[in-house]
Design a protein around this ligand. Structure first.
Ligand code: SF4
Ligand code: SF4
Length: 110
């Protein structure tokens, strides 16, 4: 009985950690969580350089992805992104907001 308890107390947390790791890899959550929200990507986005544009910028793509973007919360204004990839090149962490947006669109059936 005691042995079963100790075995369970070791294996159950390990199984939970493995499950969460697989889930993170599957949903590519990890890279989004690495975003520092430093806004370096914002300085190069051509849409933000245009005056009067309502595009919220690549950092908001990352923030929305961090919030796991429930379908009813997907912000259609993000669709203005042209996918030019300049934000990805500027990111000090090698993150790719434009590809994150592609995943968001796919997850939300856009
Ligand atoms: S995506 Fe990269 S550049 Fe943009 S806010 Fe996050 S860490 Fe900074
Ligand atoms: S890919 Fe989209 S978010 Fe990134 S710089 Fe280009 S227009 Fe802006």
């Amino acid at each position: 009985m005691v042995l079963a308890f100790y075995t369970a107390s070791i294996f159950i947390p390990v199984i939970i950690i493995i499950f969460l790791a697989i889930r993170m890899i599957k949903h590519r959550v990890a890279d989004v969580m690495l975003c520092l929200e430093c806004e370096r990507c914002m300085g190069v986005c051509p849409l933000l350089l245009k005056k009067g544009n309502t595009f919220p910028g690549p950092v908001n793509i990352m923030i929305q992805a961090k919030a796991s973007a429930a379908p009813d919360k997907f912000d259609d204004v993000l669709l203005l992104c042209t996918g030019c990839g300049l934000c990805s090149r500027a990111c000090p962490r090698g993150l790719e907001p434009n590809k994150v947006l592609d995943r968001l669109k796919k997850n939300n059936g856009v």
